[in-house]
Structures are given as C-alpha cells and as structure tokens.
Write a protein of this length. Structure first.
Length: 365
C-alpha cells in the first residue's frame, strides 16, 4: 500500500502539502503523491516542477468536474417547500455527484494509507464519501473558518438534522462533518467560532519554522518559475516598496475600483493619499491572486505587477526581501515576515463596495 496522497485545488494547498512533507522524518519524505485539480485553478507547468522537486513520488492532474458540468443535477436544487422532500432530493444529489466524478478521478485512492483533501467541499469530497473511502480534510486557507464557516453557512436551517445525515453518509457536509472524514486539520482551533471534535490543530508557523535553508530553496524553485524575472520586478523603483495583494473580489469593474482606491489611500511611503505628501516616494507592487483575472498591467501601467503565480508565503524565503507596507483585503497575513507594516482592511472596508451579507457569512449562521 502507498503512503500518502494530497488533493490540492490551489497553489497555497500545494505549499501546505510541501510543509507537511518537510515536517516528516527524512526517511519518510518523498513517498507522497500529489493530485492537482484543474477545476478552479490553472496550475500551468507546476506538475513538471513538482515532479522535479523530489518532494513527491508521483504527480497527477485531476479534471475534477463542478456540478454545472452535469445538467441532470440541477433539478435537485429546486426548493420544494418541504424539508423532508428537499432532503430526499439532496440524498440523491449527493450520491449522483460522487458517482459522476468517477470517470475523471486519476488514481485509485484505496491504494493509499492516508488521503489529505484540501477543500473537501469540492466534488472530490462527494466522490470519496460515495466510494466509502476515509480521508483527512485540511483547511482551504489560513484560518479561513474564523470568518467563513462554509459548512454551517451552506447548511443554514435545520443544521443539526443535516449534520446527523452527513454523519450517516446520507448527505455530504464539508469540514469534518462527513462520515468518511476522519478529521480536519486547521491552523488554530482557538479562533474557530464552532469547533468540533474532528478539528485538529497543526500550526502553520510550526511547520514553517521546521524548514531548513535547503527546504526553502526547493520551495522557491518549485513555485517561482522565473526567479530572474521576479527579482527584476522586486528591484524596480524606489527604496520603499509597498505590496498590494490582489484577490478575486466582486465583479471586475468593482474590483478595479477597490484596488484603485487602495493604491490611492496606501500607495505613499507615509500613507498619505492627497498627492502632496512630503514623505518619501514609494514603489507600488501588485501581486495578483492566482485566480484573479483582472488585467492589472493594463490598468496600473505605472506600477509593478509581479510575474508568476505562487503563494505569497514563498516571498518569506527570498533573501533580503523587505516591504515598507503590505495591504490585504481578506487574505490572512499572519504568515508574512517580509513587511514592516501590514494593513488588513477586512469586512468594514468591503461594506463600501458590496452588500455586507455577501462577505459577512458567519454573522448569518
């Protein structure tokens, strides 16, 4: 039987999978398989780089299909005005979505001792439950359940009933509620509004502190396709550098307005935005989120848009890299070690750009 396999949907997922591998004793490393789902991310040639890294024994691409790919599933979302009838429809939907994934699954998961699934709310969670295969869930993003508990939000109303049904594999609920989910690994259990017994804590900081310099170099080469190009971008402009972390927020026009406002407000070295600042000038750099399709190079030609798709945490390992300020809307910045100042804008900021209910999910549970 093979040892471990990680199912990843984002670059950050792959990063955490690497941290977990490096945390193991040396004689246990290099024995894991990696699955890259194409459902919500373009991984480019990351498969080839991951194969060369030595971290993973095998790397597979997974053409995971969203429910929209199967039109026959849509009828099960009709609200029939009766909880019993709705739940009967959901039972059928749960099994059908799992079964429909089967032709696209690239590996036999039953061959592995341990299966780690990032974001088990995606169809892979339904598939494993359909096949009655036990797995470990891993949080989608750093501390993401603190502000958005998708399991409870997606199942508002009669939650106790739905949780019981998930525990008996009648329906599927992510983040530790499914029968075949052994546990769910999170960074910090103390901040979770609704912790459950299956939540287990593994500090990302502890994993990162365990890395050797050689490990960090391996990660840089894995995630940064062209280091020379990135370094040229980082070296451009003024001594004081301000990094803006983009995110796939709202519609594209609103997103453009959000980041225009952010740069105007925080793009000066001293933080002033009136254009008459007597402070030092600063170079604004924008790091696009891997799933953000806004054309930042066209919209902000006067600023530097960083080359390549990689998790921001990799920038911690670039020698000598330092930013005067890093600005984030929702991206959790706890792991950043390359900034003098971190500005986290959060929900109050976003209230100005969209209906608060769209981003204040935990308040609606």
């Amino acid at each position: 039987m093979k040892e471990r396999i990680y199912v990843c949907h984002t670059y950050y997922h792959v990063y955490v999978a690497c941290l977990k591998e490096f945390f193991l004793p040396k004689d246990k490393q290099g024995q894991a398989s990696l699955v890259l789902s194409t459902m919500s991310n373009d991984f480019g040639n990351l498969k080839e780089r991951a194969q060369k890294s030595g971290i993973f024994e095998e790397v597979f691409m997974f053409e995971e299909k969203s429910e929209e790919f199967f039109p026959k599933l849509q009828k099960y979302h009709t609200d029939r005005g009766n909880i019993v009838v709705n739940m009967l429809a959901r039972i059928k939907y749960t099994k059908m979505l799992g079964r429909l994934q089967e032709p696209y699954v690239p590996v036999d998961f039953k061959e592995y001792r341990d299966i780690y699934v990032f974001c088990d709310s995606d169809p892979i969670g339904y598939y494993l439950s359909y096949k009655k295969i036990y797995y470990h869930a891993v949080e989608d993003g750093l501390n993401c359940i603190e502000t958005y508990d998708t399991a409870r939000y997606d199942n508002r109303g009669h939650f106790a009933l739905k949780a019981w049904m998930a525990a008996h594999n009648l329906i599927f609920i992510q983040n530790g509620y499914a029968k075949y989910c052994l546990d769910m690994e999170i960074n910090d259990k103390s901040i979770i509004p609704y912790p459950i017994d299956k939540h287990i804590e593994q500090s990302r900081e502890e994993l990162t502190e365990h890395l050797t310099e050689d490990d960090k170099n391996v990660l840089i080469h894995l995630f940064i396709e062209n280091m020379d190009e990135l370094q040229r971008s980082l070296d451009m402009g003024a001594e004081d550098k301000i990094l803006v972390l983009s995110e796939p927020l709202c519609d594209l026009e609103t997103r453009k307005r959000i980041f225009t406002d952010i740069i105007e407000e925080y793009g000066k070295s001293d933080g002033k935005s009136d254009g008459k600042s007597d402070g030092k000038s600063a170079q604004v750099l924008i790091k696009p989120h891997p799933r953000d399709v806004l054309d930042y190079r066209r919209i902000f030609p006067q600023h530097v848009v960083l080359y390549g798709m990689f998790p921001m945490e990799i920038m911690n390992f670039i020698p000598g890299l330092r930013f005067k300020r890093v600005i984030s809307v929702f991206t959790v910045t706890n792991s950043i070690r390359f900034a003098e100042e971190i500005v986290f804008l959060g929900e109050d900021f976003m209230d100005k750009y969209e209906e608060p209910a769209l981003h204040r999910q935990n308040e609606q549970i």
